[in-house]
Ligand binder design. Structure first.
Ligand code: GRF
Length: 232
């Protein structure tokens, strides 16, 4: 990929949030411990009420609040909103954009194609799409009676939960699960899987061919597994 930071230089990342920001906090903590080669240069929130903004402020990361409601309804407004979000990322010199609990559709402009990723708390293409977020996802998993769920990290295209899949981490569903217990188990998997994908991107190991991803092998001992079980 052409936008990988130079070897040894942390990848310049923007994180898009709408809510509690647990994913952002995980990235900030790992980066500060030297466990994640990212320089979080910008946090964009779709609401001033997002709890995650405080994590950015504590870490002295610049923030922007861009409301979807500031733009017209419908597709034209979606595009204007996306343009505003990505203009902020462009101005900050961002390599990759990670959506982390970002609940708005922000169409990706051409210069950010294949540079925007998202995480969904289920195994796409199941239990995803418009309106499928938060506990609704986990309740739908329980209601369907499936025995395995998980999380999916994927490139973002201009449909909800639809772009090429980079990584899926399976999580078991237990008989006595509630949406809360399942959400907590899936989130533990997310805390490992999403940073793992960022490390792969930073190392230039993700190759995209149509909808299929190939993960190039890395050096021995660098966490070079390319399948979903378990992350080294
Ligand atoms: C996670 O469930 C993730 O899969 C989804 O948003 C949730 C994280 O939001 N995309 P947050 O980091 O707690 O705000």
């Amino acid at each position: 990929m052409s936008h990988v930071a130079q070897s040894g230089t942390p990848m310049r990342l923007a994180v898009l949030i709408s809510g509690t920001g647990r994913t952002l906090k995980n990235f900030i903590d790992l980066a500060s411990e030297g466990q994640l080669p990212v320089d979080i240069r910008l946090v964009v929130s779709s609401t001033a009420k997002a709890g995650g903004l405080k994590f950015a402020e504590q870490a002295a990361i610049p923030t922007r609040v861009i409301h979807r409601g500031g733009y017209p309804d419908g597709e034209a407004g979606d595009n204007e909103f996306g343009d505003a979000v990505f203009a902020a990322c462009r101005a900050a010199g961002i390599d990759y954009v990670a959506m982390a609990g970002f609940l708005k559709l922000a169409p990706v402009p051409d210069d950010f194609a294949d540079r925007v990723i998202n995480i969904h708390p289920a195994l796409i293409p199941a239990f995803c799409g418009p309106g499928m977020y938060g506990h609704r996802v986990h309740q739908a998993v329980l209601d369907a009676g499936v025995r395995v769920t998980g999380c999916t990290i994927h490139f973002v295209d201009n449909q909800y939960d639809h772009g090429p899949i980079i990584w899926q981490q399976p999580v078991p569903v237990f008989d006595d699960d509630t949406a809360d217990t399942l959400a907590a188990r899936v989130f533990e998997a997310e805390k490992e899987a999403y940073p793992h994908v960022l490390r792969l991107l930073a190392a230039g190991r993700i190759q995209l061919d149509g909808r299929r991803i190939t993960i190039r092998k890395g050096q021995r001992g660098d966490g070079s597994r390319t399948g979903p079980y378990p992350i080294e």
